[in-house]
Write a protein that binds this ligand. Sequence first.
Ligand code: PMV
Length: 344
Amino acid sequence: MHDATSRTTRTNLDGSPVGAVAHPNIALIKYWGKRDEQLVLPYSDSLSMTLDIYPTTTFVRPNGGRCDQVILNDAPATGETVARIRRFLDLVRARAGRTEYLTVDTRNTVPTGAGLASSASGFAALTVAAARLYGLDLDSVALSALARRGSGSASRSMFDGYSIWHAGRGNGEEGDRSSYAERINGDALHLALVVAVVETAAKKIPSRDAMRRTVQTSPLYRAWVESSAKDLHTMRAAISRGDVETVGEIAEGNALGVHATMLAARPAVRYISQASLTILDCVAELRESGVGAYATMDAGPNVKIICRHSAADSIAAAIELLGVTRSVLVARPGPGARLLDDEQ
Ligand code: PMV
């Protein structure tokens, strides 16, 4: 069990801003469903690749006011976006024993809420910046456990390359301490993700609501959790030996499996659209013609195609020819969340 006991160090509460940058991650073994919604404790372990595209950059500074203010892409954020960030900052303040409210100025280059992991990069960057500002001295694993409370998938964006988020054991404090992410070695795996963006609007059903409905009503959910544990075990071995095809096959099965659990929820949660199906068909055809291409999808209609580095550009070109995408990008393993002054 990781000891997430926090020590405090120098704060940045003199008014100067603290900046951090983080990248989204895409799960190869999905996280779907919480056993504790408040603590964000998942039912199963998940495994992801941090991307080298779509960074989120976040600056925080004390505002001297009576509540936190949030500026998202140069405009004041409202509603649930702000409420969620305030709840998260309340938690960070409680940990640090501080009371000062902040202005959070965040710039997302990934479309927000479209199933492209904007909450992962967003909460990872915010965690790193706010922890420094309030003087919390946490290592990356402890930061991942804290980021988890903002958005589960954010825990994995703390690390470069590949990481596993452990579901942990038990509930309450035991669960909170045992559910964190850590980096795994993927040096042998030369994997790329072709990100096929078909929709940039925010999703109709937020992932939090969709997860709850799936857990509560889908008769397939338990079976997926069980098969996911086996998937993770087999995938770890495939990652260590650099076996892109096995990683891709397992990732595709795991993702389609989780979407099947959603389709069986009542009422159904359906993120797969016509455009997604067109791309899934193309991926299957590419594979029949001997190209190693495997699909994964998250809480939205966008499709990410897992392949070798060497095949990524030709797969991206084939997807573009379908005429159903807004953009097609090639991503490779990217860096973990970091303070901006770490770069100097
Ligand atoms: O952390 P959230 O609430 O954004 O959950 C996202 C879950 C998926 O992206 C669908 C899967 C995953 O493991 O990232």
